[in-house]
Design a protein around this ligand. Structure first.
Ligand code: PMP
Length: 427
């Protein structure tokens, strides 16, 4: 049993010693002390079904034994920077990762986070093209450092500091966007941005295939192929941010962009890549990667042996346990059940997503799509009381983000939907 400090003690230390900007889920935040696969346990030993941790950290499941073993074994043997000496862990994982990507995407740079990966990707695009302008989508989240905060396009994540050279295109959002599901109409806006807002040439375009922080928004069909072709014509590179949608999560494909039939020039990843350890990566072609030889480029812990051993174990687990297939089967089932719930409650405006990356948007008026912010917090709190943890997101904070570890079962899906149903019925 847990004998450490109570939730209140941690909270008061947090208030005194940690950043006042830190926020937490739930009116009364949970003190989580253990994790096992799709479950989390609080300080009283109570078990919760974790339907959100898949994106925040774990792809294979909390403390997956194979990943833990790989990390522990490597920690006992050596942990160091991998840049100055040789070690097999970084090379083995780079090879395995490159083998998961299409085309000539086979040069890997490791980082410690998603922000760092996107910072590097944007710099590479700028160096390769000699241009500064980058296009990203409104409602996007790509990180919180200088370049990536510029690419991020939600006011609540943007501080008033210099963020240069990013143009934000209309979001091809099938639910709230002006052109509905017509991807090509939104794509025209990118052409306009280039024509009227730049010299005619750009460094590149960055987007997710399904916006995560933005509230599980699947880009309208036909959008990415049209935009990629527009960007290529303007001399730019296309960057796919797979920090959330990558690593088998969408079920039908290993990478989110594959759902749109496009091949990016640069792919960035983080979060699930290491099942919870700090790791990120940028993958590109040998020709594009060459730009980094113009100066020295160094990242002390990017690709260190402990993290890359963990990363390799993750890829093996995804394969061995057929987690992509599971994401497809369980995700399809879960989406069907959530859609049935949408037909039962006016509170649910939209159910969307793919595989185990699903969103449920709550509105108080189906026609006006008025965000049901308070109801979202209430349902989330009540579901926690019933033992189910879901995430929350979207610009208005009214979208449940359902992104569990990929070992989620049909029984787990039933439990989640039953808990949501029970809560909504009582409202
Ligand atoms: N890209 C996307 C799509 C993300 O969701 C996030 C994190 N929410 C990031 C980049 C930044 O990753 P990190 O927090 O590891 O810097």
């Amino acid at each position: 049993p847990y004998t450490g400090p109570s939730a209140d003690e941690i909270l008061s230390k947090r208030k005194e010693y940690l950043s006042p900007s830190m926020f937490y889920f739930y009116t009364k935040p949970l003190n989580i002390v253990d994790g096992k696969m799709q479950y989390l346990f609080d300080d009283k030993g109570r078990r919760y079904l974790d339907a959100f941790g898949g994106i925040a950290t774990v792809c294979c499941g909390h403390c997956h034994p194979d990943v833990v073993e790989a990390i522990v074994n490597q920690t006992k043997r050596l942990q160091h920077s991998t840049v100055l000496y040789l070690n097999h862990a970084i090379a083995d994982f780079a090879e395995a990762l490159a083998n998961k990507l299409p085309s000539n995407l086979k040069v890997v740079f490791f980082t410690n986070s998603g922000t760092e990966a996107n910072e590097l990707a944007m710099m590479i695009a700028r160096l390769y093209t000699g241009c500064h302008d980058i296009i990203s989508l409104r409602n996007a989240y790509h990180g919180n450092a200088a370049a990536t905060m510029g690419a991020t396009a939600q006011s609540n994540w943007k501080f008033n500091v210099l963020q240069s050279g990013v143009h934000h295109a209309l979001n091809p959002d099938p639910y709230r966007g002006v052109f509905g599901s017509d991807g090509e109409k939104y794509a025209k806006d990118v052409q306009d941005l280039i024509q009227f807002g730049t010299s005619g040439n750009v460094a590149g375009f960055i987007s997710e295939a399904i916006q995560g922080v933005g509230g599980i928004i699947e880009l309208a069909p036909g959008y990415l192929p049209a935009v990629y072709s527009t960007i290529k014509k303007a001399g730019g590179l296309c960057i796919a941010d797979e920090v959330q949608a990558g690593f088998a999560r969408t079920g039908s494909h290993f990478w989110g962009f594959e759902n749109h039939g496009v091949v990016p020039d640069i792919v960035t990843m983080a979060k699930g890549i290491g099942n919870g350890i700090p790791l990120g990566a940028v993958v590109t072609t040998p020709e594009i990667a060459e730009v980094l030889t113009r100066r020295s480029y160094f990242n002390t812990f990017g690709g260190n042996p402990v993290c890359t051993s963990g990363g390799l174990a993750v890829l093996k687990v995804i394969e061995k346990e057929k987690l992509q297939e599971n994401a497809f089967v369980v995700g399809t089932y879960l989406k069907e059940r959530l859609t049935a719930l949408k037909n039962k409650y006016d509170l649910i405006g939209d159910v969307r997503g793919r595989g185990l990356m699903l969103g449920v948007e709550l509105v108080t008026d189906q026609k006006l799509k008025t965000p049901a912010k308070l109801e979202t917090i209430h349902v989330m709190d009540q579901m926690k009381e019933l033992g189910v943890l879901v995430g929350k997101g979207g610009f208005y904070g009214n979208v449940f983000r359902i992104t569990p570890p990929l070992c989620f079962t049909k029984e787990d899906a039933d439990f989640l939907v039953d808990a949501m149903d029970y809560t909504m019925e009582k409202m």
